[in-house]
Design a protein around this ligand. Structure first.
Ligand code: 13P
Ligand code: SF4
Length: 330
């Protein structure tokens, strides 16, 4: 393909390649553009500290869905990953939803292609489907209700005891819920590549070096890792836990972005990212979340691109299970 046509293709997809003037104060410009355009910046705990600090609302997946539902801004700029921005669009079909990098996907969402999941679901006609919010809009259209790691137990318990259930796409969260709640949900075989990379061996060795530390983990981690955790919870739950706990040191098994908020909330405590199997790579970082940068946020706001769009049909079908989740979570 010729260079010109690649450029054209990228531009059509909302890719902006602008050399930003070094003299621009990006933060000030972003704040100015945001006000001028009545835009709101929603950010997830896993983005970089500088982006966390510029977000109007910072939270976990549930909080972000709730904030997206409540906003009266004209433009939503989503600093997170694709499925989160999709959720915001589904809840706000008439608003413009912008994501600084359209390539900010999610390995867990990608582990459940809609056609394969539809075939899987067809094998269990009596089952209701609970889908973790980390899935594509297409999977949401095939679901009865959505959940996040903050409300998963409540959502599972909202069904009658004898209702057979499918849980998708995260097998680790599904396994955790099955053992905690004594359920036998049928699990889709998906996982997050960040949370599956923690090394139990290295965690145990690290805990030996820090005997006073508490080990806390996100339920997307694998079972053996969860088995040694003192506390398991969503990003918000982990953040609340470190503030309540008497411990002064924590080893944290979830994406390292959350450590910024933990350090802000507890400046006298020590937070150590849990080690992953390959310590030479930034495995504790979600590469997709980290595609969001200040430069891209600035150009996204300036050009209102790339814009996230979904068909009216997908929006209508995917909205129902999300609204059901929000109702149950009240
Ligand atoms: P939370 O719902 O805890 O924010 O988790 C989102 C996520 O992507 C975890 O990997
Ligand atoms: Fe997806 Fe994992 Fe990144 Fe969360 S940490 S957004 S589940 S790839």
């Amino acid at each position: 393909m010729e260079k010109g046509s690649i450029q054209q293709m990228l531009e059509e997809k909302g890719f902006i390649d602008e050399k930003i003037d070094d003299n621009i104060d990006l933060v000030q410009e972003i704040l100015r553009l945001k006000k001028e355009k009545n835009a709101v910046i929603l950010g997830h705990f896993y983005i970089t500290p500088e982006l966390q600090d510029i977000s109007d609302y910072l939270g976990d997946s549930l909080g972000l869905a709730q904030a997206a539902k409540e906003t009266d801004a004209d433009i939503i700029v989503f600093l997170g990953v694709h499925f989160m921005a999709e959720t915001a669009k589904i809840l706000n079909p008439d608003k413009k939803v912008i994501i600084p990098d359209l390539m900010a996907g999610c390995s867990l969402a990608a582990s459940a292609p809609a056609d394969k999941f539809a075939a899987f679901k067809a094998k269990y006609p009596d089952h209701k489907v609970i889908s973790y919010i980390n899935c594509t809009a297409a999977i949401k259209t095939l679901s009865d209700v959505i959940c996040t790691s903050s409300n998963a137990e409540k959502i599972v318990n909202s069904f009658p005891e004898d209702q057979p259930l499918i849980f998708a796409p995260d097998k680790n969260l599904g396994n955790y819920l099955n053992s905690k709640l004594g359920k036998e949900m049928v699990l889709w075989d998906g996982a997050c590549e960040v949370h599956e990379k923690y090394s139990l061996e290295k965690i145990v060795a690290l805990m030996d070096e820090h005997p006073e530390a508490e080990f806390i983990a996100h339920p997307e981690c694998e079972k053996p890792v969860l088995m040694v955790a003192k506390y398991i919870g969503s990003t918000t739950a982990l953040l609340n836990y470190v503030q309540k706990s008497d411990a002064k040191e924590f080893v944290v098994a979830t994406e390292s972005g959350i450590l910024h908020q933990m350090k802000k909330a507890c400046p006298d405590k020590v937070f150590i990212p849990a080690p992953s199997i390959d310590s030479t790579c930034g495995c504790n970082d979600c590469a997709y979340m980290k595609l969001n940068t200040l430069d891209k946020l600035y150009t996204a706001l300036k050009y209102e691109q790339p814009e996230l769009n979904l068909s009216a049909e997908v929006i209508e079908k995917a909205k129902e299970p999300i609204l059901r989740m929000l109702e149950i979570s009240l």
